[in-house]
Every structure is written in structure tokens, then in C-alpha cells.
Design a protein around this ligand. Sequence first.
Ligand code: GDD
Length: 314
Amino acid sequence: MIHLITGIHGFAGSHLADLLVKKGEQVCGLAHSLDNDQNIAHLGNKIKVYQADICDRLQVEQVLDSVRPTAIYHLAGMSYVPATVDSAMFDSHFRGTLNLLESAKELKLKAKTLWVGSSEEYGLIKQGNGLVDECHPLSPLSLYGVSKSSAEMLANSYHERGDLEVIRVRPFNHIGPRQKSRFVVSSFARQIVEIEAGKEPILKVGNLNSERDFTDVRDTVRAYLSVMNVGQSGDVFNVCSGKTKKISSLLGNLIEQAQVEIKVESEEEHFRPNIPVSLAGDFTKLQAATGWRPEISLEASLGDTLTYWREKLS
Ligand code: GDD
């Protein structure tokens, strides 16, 4: 098997590369630039990375033709939900998907593709509805969610027309080492480590009452591999823990692991309007198909994220 990961330099992409290399697989990556490779530098020449802009059809096609992958994991995209909205997000998610799948079709690749979406595609879940399963209508609130769900329809149309084998996943929040510090857990962990290093002991937070479903990124990418092994084209799977966690409890756990006293202050700029208060997923379908379940506890994941920032900032 030849595996191609788009977005290999990113958070999930780099952990997926680690897992595949550990299994002795042949791994190639597509990255927007060959710089910023700190997440995969430790893999050295065990992987081969190609430079291409996912929004450039010709560049994408050239990489696919050089690699001729048998498995494609499409992780390239913009992952920060409240990012300023301009056409870049829609370009990278929609046009990126189009470029990748259209190129794979034109090149007649015999590759299975994993298209990676987001729980943000579900949008507002009415309180009391319980866990969201894959049959829940997609009704995104954020433009990020809209860009992902429109790209998901596009991806699935390649399956519907019989052009390519495409499996879709909708991961909920995933956390762990290497995540950028604008995401909630990494933001808190990084601030704690900076305070431990002598910065003013004030940790700035947004809405601590919102609840999300958190999975360690290493479990998330293990789910991606399981799905590629046994999933059928046209399938769609949630990847999640099935539990809600209040942001305040994550913060409490991280502060307990801190080596200094910390004061918490909320900051208006971190509050987001029009977002679901609570969002958690049902992974029954994924478990039934693959046997997958999360293995890394939330506490371990938070601890590893703190360790990551302690090492990175030391
Ligand atoms: N970033 C951030 N910073 N979020 C905060 C903060 C803060 O200081 N305080 C509270 N929050 C709350 C946010 O309001 C949100 O409800 C929750 O923490 C999680 O925020 P993020 O970590 O930024 O993640 P996200 O839910 O917006 O998006 C992540 O998960 C999606 C899947 O559900 C990203 O990984 C997306 O790429 C992914 O699709």
C-alpha cells in the first residue's frame, strides 16, 4: 500500500503519519510548503513529502501522478472554526476536495479516499437530543461547518457516481501534543507553561460553560485507519468519545497539573456568538464496523499536552 496524507505537516496529519510509519507502511505527504515541518521532522526519510497548493489543480495532479497512492487521507484544510471568513476557507475545503478527487479520477487511481469532515457540520443540536449520530441532519451554523458540509457532499458524489471509493468521517474535537495554541486545550496548556516559566499568573479563557466531545488525536487517527481497512465506499462515521466535557472541567484538570498558582480571567474576544452550547457524538456505528473505541483517557491526553508545551517552550 502507498498512503498519501494531505496536510501531513498538521496536527492530525503528523500523528497519522506516525501511526502508518510504525506499522511499516509506505507514507507520502502533500504539504503547502516544505518548511514548517516540525511535526514530522522526527520521521526523517521514512516519509516523502511533496509540495503542492491544494487549491492548484495542476500541482495536486502532479503529486498524485508521482505518488500513485492506493490510499488517500484528505486532511488538508483550515481547522480553526472562528477564523475570519474569506474565500480561502471555502477554496481550501471545497476546491481542495474537487482538485484532489477530480485528479484521482482523471489519473484512474485505484485508491480509496478518506475524506475528513467535522462535527461542526451538524450545527445546532437541540438540548435533550442526546448524542448526535450520523443520521442527524447537517445544518451547520459556522461558515467553517458550511464549507466542510458542502465539501462532504462533493466528496460523496464521487462515490455516488461510481467514480471513486470515498469514505467520510466526521471527527469531533481532538486534542493532544502538537495542536496549535489557538485551540482550547492547547491554549490553556501553553498559558500554564508560560506562567510556570515566570509570566504573569493570569490565564485568559473564553466560554467555560460550553461542552464538547474530546478524543485524543492518537485515538482519532487510529479510527481513520480502521475505517480505511474495513469501511465501504459511501460510508460515513462519527469519530468521538460519546461523552460531553465542560470546558471548565478541562481547565480545572489542567490547573491541577500546574506547578504554580493560577488566576483565571475571561476575555470577551474568546467568546463566540451563535455556537452550539453542547455537542457530543455517538460512535456506535464506528465501533460496530471496526471495533474501535477511544483508549487514551482525557487526563492522559491533557497531561501529554502540558508535557508537549513544557518541552517546546523550554
Ligand atoms: N479556542 C478557544 N480558546 N476556545 C475556547 C476558549 C479559549 O480560550 N474558551 C472556551 N472555549 C470553547 C470554545 O468556545 C468552544 O466551544 C470550545 O472551547 C472548543 O474550541 P476549540 O478548541 O477552538 O475547537 P472547536 O470546537 O472550535 O473546533 C475544533 O473541533 C472541530 C470538531 O468539532 C477544531 O479542531 C475543528 O477543526 C474541528 O473541526
